[in-house]
Design a protein around this ligand. Structure first.
Ligand code: SF4
Length: 336
C-alpha cells in the first residue's frame, strides 16, 4: 500500500492516476502542513476517496526525546514492527534547525568506530518512514527546518530508492520545501551507487565518509574497503566532482590512528587535482577504543592538511548531543 508521505507530487499523481495539481494539493496538506488527507483544499471528493482507499496513513510513534546540553535534541521513534530509530535535530544560528535522519534500522557496514555498525542491519526504512521523522520533528519545532542530512542509522546508498524518494518529498515545493542543496546524502563508499547517483544527475549534496588515505588503514576501520577499494572509490568521487562539483569528504579523526603527518601527506596525494571539501570530525566512541584528537593534535593535523591540500576548504564539523548519545556514530535505537 502507498503512503502519502512517501511520494513526491509527481510520484503521487502517477501512482493514483490523478492531476498533478491535485497531487500537489494533497501533498501540501499531508506533508506541507502536516494535516490529514481530508484537509486538502480544492480537491474533489472522488479524488480524495481514491487517495484514501489506496494510501495508508500509518505514523511513527515518538517514544522519547533527549536534550543535549548543546541544544541538540534526539528523537527516538518506534516503527510499526517495533524497531527503533533516531532522528537528531541540530540547532543552527539560533534561527533554524537542520535534521539528521536515519535511513535503515542498524547498518550492515560495521565500521570499527561506530555503534550503529555493531548492531548489524535489521531492515531498510521505507520512504514514508524517513519523511515521517521530518514531519514529527517539524511538528515539535518553533524554528523552521531548513536542511536534512542522511547521517543517522544506516548506509543511505544501501537503501538507494527509498532515500532518493524521501529526499524528493523533502524538497518538493508542495512537500517539505527544503532547498535541494541543503539536503546531504552521506555514504561510506558504495561505489556502484555513487556512479549511479552521478549519472542520474541528482542535485542533493553528496558526502563520502573517507576516514583514511591508504587502503590498509581504511580496511582496518571500514570493512567496505574489501568490497569497494579506495582506488575505485576515489575514481567515482573524481567523476562526480568533475561533473557535478565539489564533493564533501568526511574524515572521522581518531588520535594515534589517522591524524598523523603521514596521513595528511597521503590525503594530499590521494586527492590531488580534485575539488573537495574536507570535513574532519571528532570520533565518538563510547567503548573507549578510539579517542578524538587533543587540541594540540588537532592543530598539528589541521596545519598539515592546509599544507597538503592547498586551496581546498577544510572545515571541522561539530558533532553534538554527545551527552545523550545523539552524536555521529552513537545511534543505537535507545533513548539515552
Ligand atoms: S559509520 Fe555509517 S556506514 Fe559505518 S557502520 Fe556506522 S552507520 Fe554504517
Amino acid at each position: 500500500m502507498l503512503h502519502l508521505a512517501g511520494q513526491d507530487s509527481r510520484g503521487l499523481a502517477h501512482a493514483l492516476d490523478i492531476d498533478l495539481a491535485d497531487a500537489r494539493r494533497i501533498l501540501g496538506a499531508v506533508v506541507g502542513r502536516g494535516r490529514t488527507l481530508r484537509e486538502a483544499r480544492n480537491v474533489r471528493r472522488e479524488v480524495l476517496d481514491r487517495a484514501e482507499e489506496r494510501c495508508s496513513s500509518r505514523h511513527l510513534e515518538r517514544v522519547a526525546t533527549a536534550d543535549g546540553e548543546d541544544g541538540f535534541r534526539k528523537y527516538l521513534f518506534q516503527l510499526c514492527d517495533g524497531a527503533r530509530v533516531e532522528a537528531v535535530r541540530i540547532p543552527l544560528f539560533d534561527t533554524h534547525h537542520t535534521l539528521c535522519l536515519s535511513s535503515q534500522v542498524g547498518c550492515a557496514l560495521g565500521c570499527a568506530f561506530c555503534a550503529t555498525g555493531r548492531l548489524g542491519l535489521t531492515r531498510n526504512l521505507e520512504a514514508w518512514e524517513i519523511v515521517e521523522q521530518f514531519l514529527e520533528v517539524r511538528a515539535d519545532s518553533t524554528r523552521p527546518i531548513t536542511g536534512a542530512v542522511f547521517m543517522g542509522q544506516g548506509e543511505p546508498f544501501h537503501n538507494y530508492q527509498a532515500v532518493l524518494q524521501a529526499a524528493y518529498v523533502l524538497c518538493d515545493p508542495a512537500g517539505g520545501r527544503v532547498d535541494q542543496r541543503r539536503i546531504s546524502i552521506s555514504t561510506a563508499g558504495v561505489v556502484p551507487a555513487i556512479r549511479r547517483y552521478t549519472a542520474e544527475g541528482h542535485k542533493f549534496r553528496l558526502c563520502v565518509s573517507l576516514n583514511a588515505a591508504t587502503p590498509e588503514k581504511r580496511a582496518a576501520l571500514m570493512p567496505i574497503e574489501r568490497g569497494h577499494s579506495l582506488e575505485e572509490l576515489v575514481g567515482a568521487v573524481r567523476e562526480h566532482a568533475a561533473l557535478r562539483g565539489r564533493v564533501t569528504l568526511e574524515y572521522v579523526m581518531m588520535a594515534s590512528v589517522n591524524i598523523g603527518e603521514e596521513d595528511a601527506v597521503a590525503l594530499g596525494k590521494l586527492l590531488h587535482g580534485m575539488k573537495v571539501r574536507l570535513n574532519p570530525i571528532d570520533v565518538n566512541d563510547a567503548t573507549g577504543r578510539f579517542r578524538p584528537p587533543s587540541p594540540e593534535e588537532w592543530t598539528r593535523f589541521r596545519n598539515a592538511l592546509a599544507r597538503e591540500l592547498p586551496g581546498q576548504p577544510i572545515v571541522r564539523r561539530y558533532s553534538g548531543g554527545k551527552d545523550k548519545h545523539a552524536a555521529c556514530g552513537m545511534l543505537v535505537g535507545s533513548s539515552t
